[in-house]
Design a protein around this ligand. Structure first.
Ligand SMILES: [Zn+2]
Length: 210
C-alpha cells in the first residue's frame, strides 16, 4: 500500500480545505478518527470510533461503523445531541470497519476501511488498517434528501473506473453503502444509520456474569 493510501486508510477521506470549510459552515460534524483505548473492566485494548454526521440539502458527510464482514455492530454508548448532524453514538470493538461518505449535490466520495489491533503483549498496540473500497465522484441522480426520499435506504451511488467500467463495492458491503448513503442525505440527522441498538448485548453480558 503506498503512503498516501496508508494515510487515508488510517485517518479517513482527505477533503480539500474549501470543502472542509463549507462542511463546517453547515454545522455537520463527522470525524473519521479511530483510536485504541484500554478497557479496564474487560482488560483489553479495543478500537473506539464515533458514528457522526448528516446532511443539509446541498451536501452531506457521514462516518459510520460495522463489523469486518459488513454486519451491524451494536453501539457501546448512545449520544443524543440537541444539535442535529453531530455525534450519534460511540462504538468500541476489537475490530471494526469504518464507512465514510461525503456528498456534494449528486456526487459522492466513499471510503470503507477495516481496522484491527495485533497482539502486543499487554502494551498499547499499533492499529492496523486496510482499504476495502475507496472511490471518488460516484453518482446517484435520485434526490434522496428531497423529492425522492421514499427511496432512502434502498439506493447507493454508482462508481466508475477511468475506462467507464463500473467499480462494484465488495458484495458484503452493499447494504452498508445504502445505509451510509441514507446518512449523507438525512437532513438534520439525529439517528445512527449503521450502528444498532446496543442494549441487548449489554443485558446479555450482565446476565452471563450474574
Ligand atoms: Zn439520519
Amino acid at each position: 500500500m503506498d503512503k498516501r493510501l496508508a494515510q487515508i486508510a488510517s485517518r479517513g477521506l482527505t477533503l480539500p480545505e474549501p470543502t472542509r470549510l463549507e462542511i463546517r459552515k453547515t454545522g455537520i460534524f463527522s470525524r473519521a478518527t479511530v483510536e485504541p483505548v484500554y478497557q479496564d473492566q474487560a482488560k483489553r485494548w479495543a478500537l473506539r470510533g464515533e458514528e457522526a454526521g448528516g446532511a443539509v440539502a446541498s451536501l452531506g458527510h457521514y462516518t459510520g461503523f460495522c463489523g469486518p464482514t459488513g454486519e451491524a455492530l451494536p453501539w457501546t454508548q448512545r449520544v443524543q445531541n440537541f444539535m442535529p448532524n453531530g455525534i450519534h453514538a460511540i462504538v468500541i470493538e476489537p475490530e471494526l470497519c469504518r464507512v465514510q461518505m461525503f456528498r456534494y449535490e449528486h456526487t459522492y466520495d466513499v471510503l470503507i476501511t477495516r481496522h484491527w489491533l495485533p497482539e502486543a503483549g499487554g502494551r498499547r498496540p499499533q492499529m492496523q488498517s486496510e482499504v476495502l473500497f475507496f472511490h471518488r465522484a460516484g453518482t446517484l441522480n435520485t434526490e434522496l434528501w428531497g423529492k425522492d426520499s421514499d427511496f432512502r435506504g434502498g439506493a447507493a451511488p454508482r462508481f466508475f473506473k477511468r475506462n467507464g467500467d463500473e467499480q462494484l463495492p465488495p458484495e458484503a458491503f452493499i447494504d452498508v453503502l445504502m445505509r451510509v448513503t441514507e446518512g449523507v442525505c438525512c437532513i438534520g440527522c439525529k439517528h445512527t444509520h449503521l450502528l444498532e441498538l446496543g442494549e441487548t448485548r449489554v443485558r446479555q453480558e450482565a446476565l452471563a456474569t450474574a
